[in-house]
Design a protein around this ligand. Structure first.
Ligand code: ADP
Length: 159
């Protein structure tokens, strides 16, 4: 019965860990909607448009992947899309604590919501967008952690 799933995130920037989860999810579902959350207060490295462009270009050749964005509550977006399966990635036990509380909260907001967790390959378990942002800000080399398109074709504008 598994058909369509939503994979929400900030993707600021998209990392090899996200790509791993996306590839796993797109093997499991007929269609995967990657949706960029655009209303968080976190300091952004990339604009919404750039984050969307990077995702679209990275998954250009996967016909079962759709790229979208949303503002507001994820459960409201899920209702609009009539898709109640959410995919989230897990790296560590500390991710689990946070993700578990969020999944329960989302189910309280709408009991049709089912959150499915996929575990990343262990080689990506240390990668987070926030650590990449920090390394980048301190002039470190981020290319081993992110898809090539981010460092080669579309350099991040230094602030
Ligand atoms: P958010 O700000 O919503 O947490 P992120 O873009 O940081 O958005 O992450 C989106 C999802 O991807 C989350 O489920 C997160 O746990 C997962 N994720 C982030 N980094 C990795 C990684 N290296 N491996 C697997 N999953 C990851």
């Amino acid at each position: 019965k598994l058909k369509i799933a939503i994979y929400p995130g900030s993707f600021d920037p998209l990392t090899n860990g996200h790509v791993d989860i996306i590839n796993r999810a797109s093997d499991l579902f007929n269609k995967l909607i990657i949706t960029v959350a655009t209303n968080n207060s976190k300091k952004c490295l990339l604009s919404k448009t750039k984050r969307l462009d990077i995702l679209k270009e990275t998954f250009l050749n996967n016909p079962n992947i759709e790229v979208d964005s949303f503002e507001g509550l994820l459960v409201d977006y899920a209702k609009r899309k009539r898709t109640f399966t959410i995919v989230r990635g897990l790296r560590t036990l500390s991710d689990f604590d946070y993700e578990f509380r969020m999944a329960i909260m989302n189910r309280n907001l709408d009991n049709r919501i089912e959150t499915i967790f996929l575990m990343t390959d262990e080689k990506y378990s240390h990668i987070s967008s926030s650590s990449i942002k920090e390394i980048y800000d301190l002039n470190g080399d981020i290319q081993q952690f992110v898809p090539q398109i981010i460092t080669k074709n579309k350099p991040i504008n230094r602030k």
